[in-house]
Unconditional design. Structure first.
Length: 564
């Protein structure tokens, strides 16, 4: 099915909806919801958001925006032992950076603890919930197996009065952690394990990041999730596929309470090659110092990707490109990098930087003279204009752009060969100077002064153009080259620990890099294309005394090759 974007006479401009948006469109057309639709993004503040969450963020906020509804940013803060205010702040920053706005609807599940408690009392009074003294291990044993029904708890038939009394005493802190739970009374023979008398509340004497020590019982996710949606009058509760088997339980709670019933829709979560998405595993990487923190540029966290130099536009376009579906799949990391290059190519100014420098002396260039040459800031954006770059007798080039004994198909600088210096002149290598170990430390050339700007008046051609930086004006900088954090497409494959597949070469630090002076004092997180080298971003560690740049992504686009 399609939506026609207002053109009823032709399907030429029709845009095919994903299955979630189609459900929403059909509901609106059928008048299922009398008021505007409402969605929500409900993260648990127990870690930083990652690229998988970006897919859900773009889906929930995107649907609200496209269909004239609202989207709440609601924190599912029901587990005080794993949740911190640091995570809340990082999530707010990440969602805002991605370009979404929740208005006044910044909400917390903890605000609803009183209402949830009252609803639990209501179920107890209906004979649909009871206080159970079984331990966690006993509860698991009583649940049964996929082929064998569970056993009823010996505490299942307590009176309503006794359950209300015990539940109040649980709330008042009279019992130790794990001594009792509140369970729903449903069906111990159900083929769906989630319906076999699930736990609604556990005792937990822990301080909460928002409610402090007000509560010592905390709702389980399966009890809280549907209630939060109901309180907020969410129309479409969009979840990942692992919650599909939980939906009958959510429905049971809402039906028994007789309250607003959201429509739950499940979609496949994002899996990405060379990446782990489990917050538990990402936390392990941070806590055991495999990475420098949640915002390490090798991490798939939104904060890490922002620090590496990803743009919010690239991430949103990636989420739009991969779409939404019902089947599990793994997306090639190359597609994410393709979306990133498409955006950076349009928005990143070009500059010249030499990461592995070797000095070049142009012997016939006037000593002590410096001239300013015109360079294009971005061929993809004429409005970006031009800049001036200094040129003098001594410059730096990449060491890889020179070979003393070059093979036939090496077209860059070598003795006797002429090459073009980007925006500058044609130069020809006349010799080299080596150290005692035989390493080239200085290259000597002559230049043709008639080729200023990189063009020859006599029409002669050269087969190579190389970048350079004026030695006298160069900025010294540190450049960090990042690669994949893991060596395997699926780091969790195999019997060993996923950390065994970490890439030992995922970070290479270069300390002697030379940048053109145009980059002096650039803004934090500003993005640039280093000509011929890739896209780079000013790192958070950068200072005026020591600029630090991260390589965001190389110029080479493997995804286009995959498509071909």
């Amino acid at each position: 099915m399609t939506i026609n974007n207002g053109n009823n006479s032709s399907n030429d401009n029709a845009e095919r909806l994903d299955f979630v948006r189609q459900i929403v469109a059909d509901d609106i057309a059928g008048g299922k919801w009398p008021k505007a639709i409402a969605t929500r993004f409900p993260p648990e503040p127990n870690g930083y958001l990652h690229i998988g969450h970006a897919k859900s963020i773009c889906l929930n906020f995107g649907i609200a925006s496209e269909f004239g509804g609202t989207c709440n940013l609601r924190f599912d803060d029901t587990n005080p032992t794993k949740e911190e205010d640091e995570y809340v702040k990082s999530i707010v920053e990440d969602v805002k950076w991605l370009g979404w706005d929740w208005g006044k609807n910044l909400l917390f599940a903890s605000d609803y603890f009183g209402q949830m408690y009252d609803w639990a009392i209501k179920l107890i009074k209906k004979g649909k919930a009871y206080v159970c003294d079984l331990s966690a291990d006993e509860t698991r044993a009583y649940r049964g197996t996929p082929t064998e029904a569970g056993k009823m708890s010996p505490f299942r038939n307590r009176s309503v009065e006794e359950n209300i009394d015990l539940f109040a005493r649980m709330k008042n802190g009279e019992f130790a952690d794990g001594a009792k739970t509140l369970k729903a009374k449903i069906d111990m023979a159900s083929p769906n394990f989630n319906m076999r008398d699930p736990v609604m509340y556990r005792i937990l004497h822990a301080s909460h990041h928002r409610t402090s020590d007000q509560w010592c019982i905390y709702p389980m996710y399966d009890w809280a999730h549907g209630l939060e949606d109901s309180i907020e009058k969410i129309t479409h509760s969009i979840c990942t596929l692992e919650f599909e088997n939980h939906r009958p339980l959510y429905d049971w709670f809402l039906d028994e309470l007789g309250i607003h019933h959201s429509q739950q829709i499940e979609f496949a979560r994002l899996n990405l090659t060379y990446t782990v998405m489990s917050k538990r595993k990402l936390l392990k990487l941070v806590q055991e110092n495999y990475v420098s923190g949640w915002d390490d540029p090798r991490m798939p966290t939104i904060s890490g990707m922002r620090r590496r130099g990803y743009s919010s536009e690239a991430i949103r376009n990636f989420c739009k490109t991969i779409g939404v579906n019902k089947f599990k799949s793994t997306i090639d990391l190359a597609l994410l990098e393709h979306c990133l290059r498409e955006d950076l190519n349009k928005t990143s100014p070009r500059v010249m930087a030499v990461l592995n420098p070797v000095k070049v002396v142009i012997d016939n260039y006037p000593q002590g003279e410096t001239e300013m040459l015109v360079a294009v800031n971005n061929p993809a954006d004429e409005s970006a204009g031009t800049r001036e770059v200094p040129f003098s007798r001594e410059i730096y080039i990449e060491r890889d752009d020179f070979m003393e004994d070059a093979p036939k198909k090496f077209y860059r600088l070598t003795p006797g060969r002429e090459v073009r210096l980007r925006y500058a002149y044609f130069v020809t290598c006349t010799g080299v100077i080596k150290d005692d170990d035989g390493n080239v430390v200085e290259i000597h050339c002559i230049y043709d002064p008639e080729t200023r700007g990189g063009d020859s008046p006599d029409g002669r051609k050269v087969k190579s153009t190389i970048h350079w930086v004026c030695a006298e004006n160069a900025i010294d900088a540190e450049v960090r080259l990042y690669g994949n954090l893991f060596t395997k497409e699926n780091p969790e494959d195999g019997e060993g620990e996923f950390t065994e597949n970490l890439n030992p070469d995922s970070l290479k630090v270069l300390n002697n890099c030379k940048l053109e002076p145009y980059l002096k004092g650039t803004d934090m997180l500003s993005r640039w294309q280093f000509e011929r080298l890739g896209y780079f971003c000013v790192d958070a560690d950068s200072t005026s005394e020591k600029p630090v740049f991260n390589r965001t992504v190389s110029l080479r686009d493997t995804w286009t090759k995959v498509k071909k």
